[in-house]
Structure formats: structure tokens, C-alpha cells
Design a protein. Structure first.
Length: 876
């Protein structure tokens, strides 16, 4: 089999035979090609016996290779399309190499590639091997010195990691810059940028007194949209000092924004590279959510400087060590700066819809996977989001102080080196002197743990017993049997008047009850009347909790729970119950009408004047189909969609007056600002408008038109445009046309325009999508455009993607096959949209399987796409 399609196992990890003591790189950047010269000092690793060395290298034209100054003849080493094997090496030696690469024709956006008027790199996870021969593995750390030489006029900006130590002019109109990154780092954190870019600059003085130059680079036409990102960077630096005691460690912090990027952003040491989507943000072109996302991603990459860069990963199986931890840190950053409850609700909503689905899919894997074929396929929701939940578990169990003690010990032990998930767990346990043995299961067991609850109130004994039973997830993998996990359940009990009960002798009204056994019973004494329990408050563990709960109890919790998250969750559960009841009735062709208590509690929510409007907006947002289907089999997705639509219609018909009045009350007349008060009001107002528009009435369409034309901000404008377009209000085509004319030179704004159209719930949408693909603003080579058009159609337009004629599946298969030739990483992301196929009833499943089979049979498929379809088809 093709060597790039081999499965790699975690258990096969071997330490490197050689360390790299220093790397010197020189880049001669030209339009047609780039020459890369390397000088690397190697030293044998005495803890691993071996005097051979494998240098990864892919798509490189080797010009020269010498050891200690002596050119090696070709027969002196073994060269394949994956790299070079050197044997019989001395204990210490210097290797010099020279290669030629072709960045301008690199469409995979990995290694060195071109974006508009500049060249840039993306090395994580294994892109450095497309730049030069090197032991491209995260446990080999070295200080890098980088010299970049290029034409001064065409490439005025030349950046790399660390601090710039010199620069100057050369002959023939060329110039150079030289960079030193003193912090030893693995090759995946290398970065280089060369070309024409504008920038803004500020300075920040760290708590240690270091003055740092902060710069953000973009193409000139975007330079006026970088100020918010700059402020976010400053906020991140300050927050990490205040909450974690961590300060920045170089004299420069550079960020470069590009329109051509496979993911969100990359934490390269001292030289972050960002998707423009997470840098550019201005009032007339960014939604409130866009602003919050920019702040979160800027924070995320900045926080990696300690969790990822100063302490990195031993191997890629440990990816969650940096990603789970850094997501946890960015979540806390957003929670501290914005609304904690809203952030928690949104994160859990996402986890339940997407990560739980991944956990139930053929791609299910543990937070620390045991094997992979293509590592890029494991930058997953499980590694990132569930990984963050696992870090949050330590925080829940140890408290802020204990958690920070663990962090300090972790840095003390591992700063400047490559660590494992076990190292992190040990630091948390040792710093707090607690036993976290069982916690290992959070890293090793795949699937979503299931917890069943049974409650008994004994009126005579005045006790309330809560029995918890842990059950293995249905798709448990691995050799041994599934084992019970260590699960903290945060809980409270309320008396019938809504007062919290004291739960123990100390009088605590909230407890963290730790599950460790497959079955455990918590008994609360002195309970005078049958209580209502609030379990798994703030979503204290990433599990599915199953309990019998009546609509009356849910309504009670919606009113009385002190935990804002669980108040929301109660509303959410009640909504899911109603949609499911309607769906089941439809399946059996029975009737089911919406119970009065539901509308009553919905009205109560809507008219609640005391709660944060942002929380109300969350509570009024019905559960996604994804979050409802991931425990089910045989789902008729179109019918389930219909059941949800029915509930929406019912709500609008019954509560139109209330919705309209809340809409009007939350209209802000203040000048626009992205502060939590305004953001909250806008989200509630726009949620109301969303409901009102689903009723399909003319005067509501007029309301949306008014909002579109009068809005002083992009959130309101975009919400109105989306609703008008999705309802196909007469005149919507004209609005879309005007919008295009106004914004055709702004890629991010045009991408939103593409998404709005891709998600129209109408028969001709696929046709429209195919037409939009012909426009010059769309290119299969641009990941943002692909995600905005193809991704939105297949991932967010349920009725059209799942159209009963199978046209949606055929379309996705065609696009995956075409894209795989250009950009395997993005093709693999797209093909993953088939991964939930096993939840659907047999006809749907069959049609999706056929489309995957067609992809599977393509010759020369990338390892990326192959791994995913192969898993799906083999496990079906
Ligand atoms: N490490 C990056 C982050 O989470 C993400 C990343 C991984 C990435 N692989 C990538 C970004 C490839 C771009 C391309 O912040
Ligand atoms: Zn990250």
C-alpha cells in the first residue's frame, strides 16, 4: 500500500535517535520557485540507541546534501517520496541541504504557498516536510535562525518566528531580514511570510516589564478592519497574566491575515497566521458573533504560546494536550469578558450537536486517539471540544486554586519540552495530592458516557435518593471492557416553593457529587417535601444524562433553578420532548397537538423582564435536529424537520402579539457598540423577528424589510436579509443583487451572501448553488468559499441536502472528488458530512452509502478522504 496510507499507532511511539541542537535556514524567494538552504546540528539521543535518522521530505527537489561539509553521493542514502534515511551516522554531525520548492502551484495550502500578493506557510501538523528535509515530529525541538532573501519591491515584508535581528539591502534590488527564535520549538511551529502587506502596530508592556511590538498584517484594502483584533490581542495578553500568571516571552508578536487558509488560525511562535475571517471586523461588515469569534480566536492562538509552544506535544496522539487545554483557556477568556452563562450554553449546544454526533459516528475516537492514518483528520471536535471538557473536569474537581497549582507544576516540569496527556494529569494530581488514576479513562475511552438517573422520595423517612448508573456508550471500542468513569455531577434540590435545600450537615445548597462506580446512590436527609432536583448543573461533565422528568418539573426548573445553564437546559428539554412527540405521532400517522403548558412556559420565558435578554434568546432557540438525532436510529430526517417546523408555526400563531412587543422593546436607539447589553438585546430582538417571519405574513415581511434598510449595524442587516431571502419575500432577488454590487470586492461579506443563498429551503437551491459556483467570487481553491457555499448547502440546508431524489448526496460526492485533487484537507472535512448516515432510515442510508462508495472507488484518492470513507463503509 502507498506509504502515505499506513495506519500509525500510539503504542509504536519511539523517541528520536537524534536531537537537533540548532537550525539555520535561508530562503531565496522568487515568483517561480523558492530555494531553501538548511544547516542543522544533530546530536545523538543517548536514551535511544540508534545511529540512523529519518528526515521527512515530500515534494522537494533535492539539490544538495552534505554531512560535515562532505557531499553525500546518492547511493549513500535511501530516498523515497516520503523522505531520506541516513544510516551509520556519527554521534554528532552537521547536515547541510539545499532544495527547490514550488509554492505558486501549491493548492493544498500546506507547506509554503501563495495567497494573493504574498507567500506564507502552514506547517502544523506535517507541512514542514514540504519545505525542507527535517525530522518533522513534535518531540524534536530546536532554536531556529531564519534568513529570508527576496526582491525588495515585490516582497517588502519578510517575516519569520522570534525577533528580527538584522535586515538590509542586497544587490539586484533584493533585500533580506534575519530572525532568531531563541525558544526551542518543533518544526510544526515554523512560519514564514514574504510579500506585499500593510500593517498596524501597537506596543504592550508585559507584567515582567518587557516591551512587545504588536503588529497585524493584511492586504491593504483590509487594513481598516484590524483594530478590533489588535484590542483583542491586548485583552488576551492582559488576561493570561491576570488569570494564569503567564506573560509573553519575545519582543515581537506578529499576526498575518490571509483569505486562503484551511482552518481558523495557527499559533506559530511569534508569527501567528490567521484566516481573515478571524481578524477582520468592522461595524458595517461583521456581526456581533463575528466580533466575539475574532476575540476568541485571537485569544486561542495567543494562549497557545504557553499551552502548545512553551510546552508542546510529544506526538500527535497527544494533540488534545495543547488543543483541549487551549480551548478551555479561550472559553474561560470569553466567559470572563462576555457572559459566562451564554458562553457555556453555546459551547454545550455545539458539543451536543456536533461532538456527540462525532462520538456516535464511524469516526468516533477517544480524546487521545490510539491510531490514525492521516493526522489532519484528527483535528476534531473530540480532540478540541471534548478535550476542553476534560480539562474543565479538573477545574470542577480541584477548583480554580487547585487547578492553577496544577498548571504551575505542569509548567515547572515541562517548560521547554514535549509532554503527554499523562504528564498533565500527573501534574494536576501531584500538585493537589489527589488520586486521578481513574481520570485516565477520559483520555482512553471513546464515546459519550451515559448516565441513567432514578430518584425516590421517601416521605416517611424524609429522604431523597438519587441513583446514578453509568452505561457504556453503544460504540465502545478497544480491547478490554468499558469501565466506569470519574464523573463530577454538580447538583441542587429545590423545595416546592423554589427554595434550595440544604444537602448536608454543613448546609451546602450545591454539591459536586463524584461518580466513580457503575452504580451509586446519593441519599439526602431531612427533606420535608418531595423536591425537584437540578442535576449536572453548568453541564459539569460531558455525558448524556437520562432521567424521567415531567413537563411540570421542567417548567419548575425553568422558573426556579439558580443555575442559569440548567434553566436554559430545562427549556431546551421541554422543546425537544414536544418535537419528538409530534415526530412520533407523525410516523404513526396519529394526531398530536401542542400542549398548553408548553405555550404557557414559552410565553413566560418571552415576557421575562428580569433575566438577561441573551439568556432568553438562547432559551427561545429550539434544539438543532443534530442534537436530537445522535442517540436515535432509523431517523426520517425530513419528517423530524417537519415536526420542528410545526412547533415553530404553532409558537408564532399563538404568541405573535408577544413576539412583536418583545421585538419592539429590544430595539436599541443608542449608537451601535459591541457590548454585552446591546449584543443581548439584538439577539433577543432578532430571535423574535425570526419567529415572526416563520409565520409567512406580509406585514412581518415589511418589518424585516424595514430592519434591513434602517439597520445601523451588520447583525441586524444580515438577520433581515437572511429571513427575507429564506422566506423568498418578493423583492429578495433585488436585495441580493444590490448586496452583491455593493460588496463584491469583500471576500468575507460575499461569503455570507453565498451562505444565505445556499441555505434557502427551496427546490431550486441546488441549481442556484451550482450557478453561484460559476461566479468569479467562488473558487474550489478557496476554503472559505467552499465552506460558505458547498459546506452551508450540505451541512445546514437539511431539506435540500437530504432531498429524496439523492441529488444533494450526488452533489457532495462530485465536489469531494474534484476538491481532493486540489486540497485533500478540505475535501476530507466535506466528506465528513456523510458521517451521520447510520442514524437515518434505510433508504437515506443507502443513498448516502452509494455516494460514498463512488468516492471510495476513485483512483489516487488522498489518505485524508480515504480514511474517512473507508471507516464509514467498513463499519456500516
Ligand atoms: N493549531 C491550530 C489551532 O488550533 C489549528 C491547526 C491545525 C491548523 N492544523 C492546521 C490551522 C492546519 C491551519 C491549517 O489553533
Ligand atoms: Zn489550537
Amino acid at each position: 500500500m502507498n506509504p502515505s496510507k499506513q495506519v500509525i499507532y500510539r503504542k509504536d511511539y519511539q523517541p528520536p535517535h537524534y536531537w537537533v541542537r540548532s537550525v539555520d535556514l535561508a530562503f531565496l524567494v522568487n515568483q517561480q520557485d523558492t530555494i531553501v538552504k538548511a544547516r542543522m546540528v544533530f546530536e545523538q539521543n543517548h536514551e535511544a540507541s540508534g545511529n540512523d535518522l529519518f528526515l521527512n521530505g515530500v515534494d522537494l527537489d533535492l539539490i544538495h546534501l552534505a554531512i560535515d561539509g562532505t557531499e553525500l553521493p546518492e547511493k549513500a542514502y535511501e530516498k523515497t517520496n516520503q523522505g531520506i534515511l541516513l544510516t551509520d551516522l556519527p554521534a554528532d554531525f552537521t547536515l547541510t541541504t539545499e532544495v527547490r520548492i514550488f509554492p505558486a502551484s501549491n493548492t493544498a495550502l500546506e507547506g509554503l504557498y501563495q495567497s494573493g500578493a504574498f507567500f506564507l506557510t502552514q506547517c502544523e501538523a506535517e507541512g514542514f516536510r514540504k519545505i525542507t528535509y527535517y525530522p518533522d515530529r513534535p518531540d524534536v525541538l530546536a532554536p531556529f535562525t531564519v534568513t529570508i532573501i527576496a526582491d525588495k519591491e515585490k516582497y517588502p515584508v519578510l517575516l519569520s518566528n522570534g525577533n528580527q535581528i538584522s535586515s538590509g539591502d542586497l544587490a539586484d534590488g533584493r533585500h533580506y531580514t534575519k530572525w532568531l527564535d531563541p525558544h526551542p520549538k518543533p518544526s510544526y511551529l515554523f512560519a514564514l511570510v514574504a510579500g506585499t502587506l500593510a500593517h498596524i502596530e501597537q506596543s504592550f508592556t508585559t507584567s515582567e516589564g518587557r516591551e512587545v511590538a504588536l503588529r497585524i498584517f493584511t492586504e491593504k484594502n483590509n487594513i481598516d478592519a484590524c483594530d478590533f483584533a489588535m484590542q483583542s490581542l491586548i485583552n488576551s495578553m492582559r488576561w493570561d497574566e491576570e488569570r494564569f500568571g503567564l506573560a509573553y516571552d519575545l519582543d515581537e508578536y506578529n499576526i498575518v491575515a490571509t483569505d486562503d487558509f484551511n482552518m481558523g488560525a495557527m499559533e506559530n511562535k511569534g508569527l501567528n497566521i490567521f484566516n481573515t475571517k478571524y481578524v477582520l471586523a468592522k461595524q458595517d461588515t461583521a456581526t456581533d458573533q463575528d466580533f466575539i469569534n475574532v476575540e476568541a480566536v485571537i485569544g486561542h492562538e495567543y494562549f497557545h504560546n504557553w499551552t502548545g509552544n512553551r510546552v508542546t506535544c510529544r506526538d500527535w496522539f497527544q494533540l488534545s494536550l495543547k488543543e483541549g487545554l487551549t480551548v478551555f483557556r479561550d472559553q474561560e477568556f470569553t466567559a470572563d469578558l462576555q457572559s459566562r452563562a451564554v458562553k457555556r450554553i453555546e459551547d454545550v449546544r455545539y458539543l451536543r450537536a456536533a461532538q456527540f454526533a462525532e462520538d456516535a459516528s464511524p469516526m468516533s475516537h477517544s480524546v487521545r486517539p490510539d491510531s490514525y492514518m492521516e493526522i489532519n483528520n484528527f483535528y476534531t471536535l473530540t480532540v478540541y471540544e471534548k478535550g476542553a471538557e476534560v480539562v474543565r473536569l479538573y477545574h470542577t474537581l480541584l477548583g480554580e486554586e487547585g487547578f492553577q497549582k496544577g498548571m504551575q507544576l505542569y509548567f515547572k516540569r515541562h517548560d521547554g519540552s514535549a509532554a503527554s496527556c499523562n504528564d498533565f494529569r500527573r501534574a494536576m494530581a501531584d500538585a493537589n495530592d489527589v488520586d486521578l488514576q481513574q481520570f485516565e479513562l477520559w483520555y482512553s475511552q471513546n464515546g459519550t458516557p451515559q448516565v441513567y438517573v432514578n430518584e425516590i422520595y421517601d416521605a416517611k423517612a424524609k429522604t431523597h435518593s438519587i441513583e446514578f448508573r453509568q452505561l457504556a456508550p453503544p460504540n465502545h471500542q478497544g480491547d478490554g471492557p468499558w469501565q466506569a468513569m470519574h464523573i463530577p455531577v454538580k447538583l441542587a434540590l429545590y423545595d416546592p416553593s423554589g427554595q434550595p435545600l440544604s444537602l448536608n450537615e454543613q448546609g451546602d445548597e450545591q454539591l459536586i457529587y463524584e461518580l466513580r462506580e457503575a452504580q451509586q446512590i446519593l441519599v439526602i436527609r431531612g427533606v420535608e417535601q418531595e423536591p425537584v432536583s437540578s442535576l449536572l448543573q453548568s453541564f459539569s461533565a460531558p455525558v448524556m444524562l437520562f432521567r424521567q422528568i415531567t413537563p411540570q418539573q421542567l417548567a419548575f426548573l425553568m422558573k426556579h433553578d439558580r443555575d442559569e445553564f440548567n434553566r436554559w437546559d430545562a427549556a431546551h428539554q421541554m422543546q425537544a420532548q414536544i418535537i419528538m412527540a409530534r415526530y412520533k405521532a407523525m410516523l404513526q400517522e396519529k394526531s398530536y397537538s401542542c400542549p398548553d403548558y408548553f405555550l404557557e412556559s414559552f410565553r413566560h420565558l418571552l415576557l421575562d423582564q428580569h433575566s438577561d435578554p441573551a439568556l432568553i434568546a438562547e432559551a427561545l432557540t429550539l434544539p438543532s435536529l443534530k442534537s436530537m438525532t445522535n442517540q436515535l436510529k432509523d431517523v426520517n430526517i425530513l419528517l423530524l424537520h417537519e415536526a420542528k417546523e410545526w412547533l415553530v408555526k404553532h409558537i408564532v400563531q399563538s404568541l405573535e402579539v408577544e413576539l412583536l412587543s418583545v421585538y419592539n422593546q429590544n430595539f436599541s436607539t443608542e449608537p451601535y457598540a459591541v457590548n454585552s447589553t446591546q449584543v443581548a438585546k439584538r439577539s433577543l430582538k432578532n430571535r423574535c423577528l425570526w419567529y415572526l417571519m416563520q409565520g409567512g405574513k406580509k406585514d412581518m415581511a415589511r418589518l424585516a424589510m424595514e430592519q434591513y434598510h434602517q439597520a445601523n449595524n451588520y447583525t441586524d442587516r444580515m438577520t433581515a436579509l437572511t429571513l427575507i431571502t429564506h422566506q423568498q419575500v418578493p423583492g429578495f432577488e433585488d436585495l441580493l443583487g444590490e448586496y452583491f454590487t455593493e460588496w463584491q470586492n469583500n471576500a468575507l461579506v460575499i461569503n455570507k451572501w453565498l451562505s444565505v443563498q445556499a441555505t434557502i429551503p427551496s427546490e431550486d437551491t441546488l441549481h442556484r448553488v451550482k450557478q453561484l459556483m460559476e461566479l468569479p467570487v467562488f473558487s474550489l481553491k478557496n476554503p472559505n468559499a467552499v465552506r460558505s457555499l458547498i459546506g452551508a448547502f450540505c451541512g445546514a440546508n437539511v431539506t435540500r441536502f437530504h432531498a429524496s431524489d439523492g441529488s444533494g448526496y450526488q452533489f457532495l460526492a462530485d465536489q469531494v472528488i474534484a476538491l481532493d485533487q486540489l486540497n485533500p484537507q478540505i475535501a476530507a472535512r466535506l466528506v465528513s458530512l456523510f458521517n451521520d448516515f447510520k442514524q437515518f432510515h434505510s433508504e437515506t442510508q443507502e443513498a448516502m452509502r452509494e455516494a460514498m462508495q463512488r468516492i471510495h472507488s476513485v483512483q489516487g484518492l488522498s489518505a485524508n478522504v480515504f480514511e474517512i470513507v473507508n471507516k464509514a463503509l467498513n463499519q456500516a
